[in-house]
Design a binder for this molecule. Structure first.
Ligand code: SAM
Length: 282
């Protein structure tokens, strides 16, 4: 167990600072003050971050921390902490560590007992969720599905029985393929495309998978997909796990197939179902 009293100790601190997702004004006063006060700012792309920092007259040395140098850069950050007290991490847009690099760094620094402090602000998935009109709790933030078609489908298979609202990030050139996969695997659900959030061409498109697939124009820009959870799930409280497995075996599935299906439908680990059925004459 570790306990971090963020503002009551003298420990060196990594600040995870949220920056705008499009509209340059979407940054908090605290974030601006903090960015002015740190010793170094680590960012994904210096050119991109310089635009923001110059706009707000922030003149702090910039260093790179991105997907392709993150191991080496983590070591540099730890070395920098020998000299400096406060370091900030920002990403190209939104909240660092959310589908952006930083997770490994946070883990390493926690192990080394540094403070990790969040300076909250914009994140595309949260803006998309609240304007979607779909249930806002509970929800699953999934990030990007795999670029590979088979993997993408199997990821969706694993989400098929989730009652929770699902949130994905998607690139515009993959949008149609992903909507088609959602239709095939999850069914004709309500989906919201939140595009170019906070920017001039912001657009929120609400409809079923079929309706959205009928849009002919190429939807460009940055996209969040919010997908309704599975609303057709039966109530399993009246039937035990063993009975549930037996009912699938009766329908012709093998024991293993039945266990897998029950685990998916109830959204519980396969192992748990397996244990319940162990030594039972199914
Ligand atoms: N860290 C960011 C956050 O907190 O949202 C996400 C970074 S991820 C590399 C970039 C993806 O976020 C985009 O491909 C898109 O799916 C989504 N995104 C970012 N800005 C967006 C915006 N203004 N409108 C819609 N989606 C956006």
């Amino acid at each position: 167990m570790t306990r971090q009293k963020s503002f009551l100790n003298e420990t060196r601190t990594l600040y995870l600072v949220a920056t705008p997702i499009g509209n340059i004004s979407d940054i908090t006063i605290r974030a601006l003050e903090l960015l002015k006060s740190v010793d170094i700012i680590y960012c994904e792309d210096k050119r991109n971050s310089l635009k923001l920092l110059t706009h707000y007259n922030i003149k702090v040395p910039l260093k790179s921390y991105h997907e392709f140098n993150k191991e080496k850069a983590s070591k540099t950050i730890i070395e920098d902490f020998n000299k400096y007290q406060k370091i900030a991490l920002i990403s190209d847009a939104g909240t660092p560590v959310i589908s952006d690099p930083g997770y490994e760094l946070v883990k390493i620094l926690i192990e080394k007992e540094f403070n990790i402090v969040s300076i909250p602000g914009a994140s595309a998935f949260l803006s998309a969720l609240i304007v979607s009109g779909l249930e806002t709790k509970p929800f699953i933030y999934y990030g990007f599905l795999s670029e590979k078609e088979t993997k993408r489908k199997s990821e969706l298979e694993n989400l098929r029985y989730q009652k929770m609202t699902l949130i994905f990030y998607e690139a515009p050139h993959r949008l149609k393929k992903t909507l088609t996969a959602i239709l095939e695997v999850l069914g004709n659900r309500q989906i919201v495309i939140a595009r170019e959030l906070t920017k001039k061409f912001e657009e929120i498109i609400r409809g079923t998978a079929n309706e959205l697939l009928m849009i002919e124009e190429d939807l460009k820009g940055e996209i969040v997909l919010v997908v309704e959870g599975n609303k057709d799930l039966p109530d399993f409280s009246a039937i035990t796990i063993e009975e549930h497995v037996k009912s699938f075996i009766k329908d012709g599935l093998t024991k293993n197939e039945a266990i897998k299906k029950v685990a998916q439908e109830r959204n519980i680990p396969k192992n748990e179902v397996y244990k319940k059925c162990l030594n039972k004459d199914n």
